[in-house]
Design a protein around this ligand. Structure first.
Ligand code: GLN
Length: 484
């Protein structure tokens, strides 16, 4: 059953090939037997999953079941779950049990999905390798000596190891697309504002966006249908009409204008990865698309601008974790200052502290104009590059990451090397645009990804292009070596 896609599971449940309880037990059993190899789950919610599966079977029997009824999924441990510990990968929230569900979690519950558990992530979603989690690193199912990418590495490893058919994830600078690329999956970051951020623990509020991680583009469309909503509890959620993202999957790509930015094929890109990406773009040409080279001239400024804006926003967002209102509290504080200092000092990891310090510095009086304002101005230029490009093309394509998965520890001492992991994904977040990564081949027996970027709220076009690609290629059907 774990070989089936979400689309196939939906059919199987309706044909009564298996029940949701059987399916859920099957996945829970796989998690129990295999996850020690990957460390993808922080919390397995067995009792909730079985109760939800039983309720789903009853609805399926009545014949009025919603789309995802009875399909098990995993949630990134950044989404608040009512009564279930939500750690955000941090010692700070190791003891945090939210009294409510995030809108995303609620949307999936309403769509009938079954929650298998909460999956591992870089601490507060800061990282590209999952090495910063308080719960230990997640291993890449393709090669357990390598990282799965981050910050949504638990989501990626769980789906790649077939411990869940799909998972939720979040992307502030690449955290859905880069792990999808490194684990051979389809990962979609929707337009900023398409999916509610309510109940999703904030890292950098103007960049964070939730999306699905799946095996196929069709499954991503099904998951986005459940996930996307207008939510008046999130003031940055946009009241754009919702569509059925599966409806246009089979549209023809004849005449689709694809732009390939020359800046995305620069020196840092591994030649074998570039080759797979170029070959994938050629496939689109065979399907009738027109390919043209374009320029996004401010590309090289995206990483530096992001590493001012994201830390600045995180330093403000993480100030609430003070050992009083939320989170870890130190033993026997001498006074209030001691309580703040030691609680935060003990519970935040090194990368989180680095970002808080950089962010507080960038926002401080006297430096605000030099750093934060300047970075926001650069951000505007980066966005304008895309706006100009979309006058001439429908979709932009290039690599998702510079190379396949790297070994644990290989970038550990050099934060800047790690920051460059997201060189092709970060500009999309700064602009607020949707981006999708799909597998496009193997390098050294490990997957690499093709990134597709479209105009605001044009997720349907990305999913259509990706689905058509997956009809004529089999990269998405390659699976990580099985351990059972
Ligand atoms: N790797 C980037 C960072 O560390 C992006 C993380 C993310 O998208 N959450 O900030």
């Amino acid at each position: 059953m774990h070989n089936l896609t979400i689309a196939e599971l939906i059919k199987g449940l309706r044909n009564k090939d298996f029940t949701s309880v059987e399916l859920t037990r099957h996945y829970l059993d796989r998690i129990k037997r295999l996850d020690a190899n990957y460390n993808s789950f922080v919390t397995v919610t067995e009792d909730i999953a079985l109760a939800q599966a039983k309720a789903a079977d009853e609805r399926l029997a009545q014949g009025d079941a919603p789309a995802l009824c009875g399909v098990p999924i995993a949630h990134k441990d950044i989404f608040c779950t009512d009564g279930v510990r939500t750690s955000c990968g941090s010692k700070m929230l190791d003891n945090f049990v939210p009294p409510y569900d995030a809108t995303v979690v609620e949307n999936y519950r309403k769509a009938g999905a079954v929650m298998l558990g909460k999956v591992n992530m870089d601490e507060f979603a800061m990282g590209s390798s999952n090495e910063t989690s308080f719960y230990g690193p997640v291993k890449n199912p393709w090669d357990t000596n390598c990282v799965p990418g981050g910050s949504s590495g638990g989501s990626a490893a769980a789906v790649a190891a077939q411990l869940a058919p799909g998972a939720t994830a979040t992307d502030t600078g690449g955290s859905i697309r880069q792990p999808a690329s490194l684990c051979g999956l389809t990962g979609l970051k929707p337009t900023y504002g398409r999916v509610s951020r309510w109940g999703m623990i904030a890292f950098a509020s103007s960049l964070d966006q939730a999306g699905p991680m799946t095996r196929t583009a069709e499954d991503a469309a099904i998951m986005l249908n459940a996930m996307a909503s207008f939510d008046d509890k999130d003031s940055t959620c946009v009241d754009e009409p919702l569509c059925d993202y599966t409806a246009s999957l089979n549209d023809s790509l004849q005449g689709l204008r694809i732009g390939v930015p020359k800046e995305y094929f620069s020196e840092g890109l591994q030649p074998e990865t570039a080759e797979r990406v170029q070959a994938a773009i050629k496939e689109f040409e065979k399907m009738g698309a027109e390919i043209k080279e374009i320029s996004l001239p401010h590309t090289s400024l995206a990483v530096p601008a992001y590493y001012v804006i994201a830390p600045a926003e995180c330093s403000a967002n993480l100030s609430r974790f003070d050992g009083v209102r939320y989170g870890h509290r130190c033993e026997n504080p001498k006074d209030l200052n001691d309580l703040y200092k030691r609680s935060r000092g003990e519970a935040f990891g090194e990368e989180v502290k680095r970002r808080i310090l950089v962010g507080a510095y960038a926002l401080s009086a006297g430096y605000y104009d030099a750093y934060y304002r300047k970075a926001q101005q650069v951000r505007r230029l980066i966005k304008q590059d895309f706006v100009d490009a979309f006058n001439d093309v429908d979709v932009i394509m290039g690599p998702t990451a510079t190379a396949p998965a790297f070994a644990f520890g290989s970038k550990g001492d050099d934060p800047v090397a790690m920051y460059l992991e997201d060189i092709y994904t970060i500009a999309t977040n700064l602009a607020g645009l949707p981006g999708l990564s799909i597998p496009c081949g193997l390098v050294d027996s490990k997957p690499v990804g093709l990134q597709l970027i479209s105009n605001f709220f044009d997720e349907a076009k990305l999913l259509n292009a990706a689905h058509q690609f997956q009809q004529v290629t089999d990269h998405h059907q390659q699976t990580a070596p099985a351990l059972d």
